[in-house]
Design a protein around this ligand. Structure first.
Ligand SMILES: NC(=O)c1ccc[n+]([C@@H]2O[C@H](COP(=O)([O-])OP(=O)(O)OC[C@H]3O[C@@H](n4cnc5c(N)ncnc54)[C@H](O)[C@@H]3O)[C@@H](O)[C@H]2O)c1
Ligand SMILES: O=C(O)C(=O)C[C@@H](O)[C@H](O)[C@H](O)COP(=O)(O)O
Ligand SMILES: [Zn+2]
Length: 359
């Protein structure tokens, strides 16, 4: 087992990574009082809920099974968590446990941030995407029909328990979606990791346990470092948003139903890389290796055919990085070096959007 720390002073917490952790007893060690609510969804419940409940024996354990899907990451679904907490008389000392992918994790984290003005929660991520990204860092949220993650809070978990064995049941499309966020770390700040990914992408796609374990460890290390430096995104944390301004526009335009988050981010990162090359900021020869890696991870490289440049324009204006009405984008100066900036030629963005939407 590997242990990393997200260093945030008195709110610091461990990330445990390894096989067989689900029923290792580690989770119970991070429950402060006697009451817990385990929240999961209808897909993950039959696979892993009983094992988690058994690992908490001796505590008062309630469970809640939510519907599956990004389209359910809403205020309505959040209500169901609050209803259960009140119906089962959970007090301020309760601990919520998020068992599932990023959708469950983001909603449970937000419920924990709000319930009685804040209770503790633990992350037990079961998708690759959640293990490498969403379970770490304390961004919690639900979607609004007009915009992705628009209603949320920063609320850090007390611990993150990553059982790498659970990836064996993950559908292939979800594996690819998770790899998009893995590739993101290489692109924004870790050129050596990008090179390692180029050499190991076949093993990762074949779910080689050693390769997956290394990818999760390096991703969490990168994310923990960025979060420790800038918890609430006053500066460099925004680099974790590479491809997301375009990706979130894709998810919102398609009602959170067409593509997975990681797929939208894959296409979004390709658009960001193309724009960086068009601006002359990233050497032209670096575009091909980025395209090749995303392709090998079986991620989309262009937006869905239904989308127009006008869709992008109106949705990107609502991006959370917009400052004083000014769009800010995460762009690349090269593989392993990203910047967040509003100092780009808008005509280049226009050309990118028109060219990306010529289906
Ligand atoms: N908070 C953050 O920092 C952060 C970071 C990245 C993404 N996100 C959010 O995370 C969400 C995407 O997360 P996701 O990709 O995990 O999607 P998800 O939570 O919808 O899970 C993907 C699918 O996999 C299923 N599943 C989960 N674990 C499984 C397993 N072990 N075996 C079989 N099936 C399993 C789920 O039921 C679901 O159908 C988005 O809402 C995105 O905005 C948040
Ligand atoms: O942790 C972060 O910071 C990220 O930006 C990680 C992203 O992968 C993630 O999708 C996040 O939820 C996006 O945040 P948002 O603030 O753009 O909604
Ligand atoms: Zn993301």
């Amino acid at each position: 087992m590997h242990t990393l720390t997200v260093a945030l002073g008195e709110r610091s917490y461990p990330i445990y990574i390894g096989p067989g952790l689900l029923d290792s007893g580690l989770l119970k060690q991070h429950v402060r009082a006697s009451q817990v609510l385990v929240v999961t969804n209808e897909t993950v419940a039959p696979l892993y809920l009983q094992r988690v409940v058994d690992s908490l024996s001796g505590l008062r354990v309630d469970t809640l099974v939510l519907p599956d899907g990004e389209q359910h990451k809403t205020l309505d679904t959040l209500e169901r968590i609050f209803d259960t907490l009140m119906a089962k008389r959970h007090s301020r000392t309760t601990t919520l446990i998020a068992l599932g992918g990023g959708v469950v994790g983001d909603m449970v984290g937000f419920a924990a941030a709000c319930y009685q003005r804040g209770v503790e929660f633990l992350q037990v991520p079961t998708t690759l995407l959640a293990q490498v990204d969403s379970s770490v860092g304390g961004k919690t949220a639900v979607n609004h029909p007009r915009g992705k993650n628009m209603i949320g809070a920063f609320h850090q978990p007390r611990a993150v328990l990553i059982d790498t064995d659970v990836l064996s049941t993950l559908p292939e499309r979800e594996l690819s979606a998770g790899l998009a966020e893995v590739i993101k770390y290489g692109l924004i700040r870790d050129r050596e990791f990008f090179r390692w990914l180029q050499s190991n992408i076949t093993a990762l796609m074949a779910r080689d346990p050693r390769a997956l374990s290394k990818a999760i460890l390096e991703s969490c290390r990168n994310k923990a470092d960025v979060v420790a430096e800038d918890e609430t995104e006053q500066g460099n944390r925004a680099l974790l948003n590479l491809g997301h301004t375009f990706g979130h526009a894709i998810e919102t335009a398609t009602g959170y139903r067409l593509w997975l988050h990681g797929e939208a981010v894959g296409a979004g990162m390709m658009m960001a890389a193309q724009m960086s090359e068009m601006l002359g900021w990233m050497p032209a020869e670096q575009l091909a290796p980025i395209r090749a890696l995303l392709e090998q991870a079986r991620l989309p490289l262009t937006p869905p055919g239904s989308m127009t440049a006008a869709d992008f324009r109106s949705l990107m204006a609502l991006d959370k990085k917009v400052l004083d009405g000014q769009l800010r984008l995460v762009l690349l100066q090269g593989i392993g070096a990203a910047v967040v900036t509003d100092q780009f030629d808008v005509q280049v963005l226009e050309r990118l959007l028109e060219q990306s939407c010529q289906h």
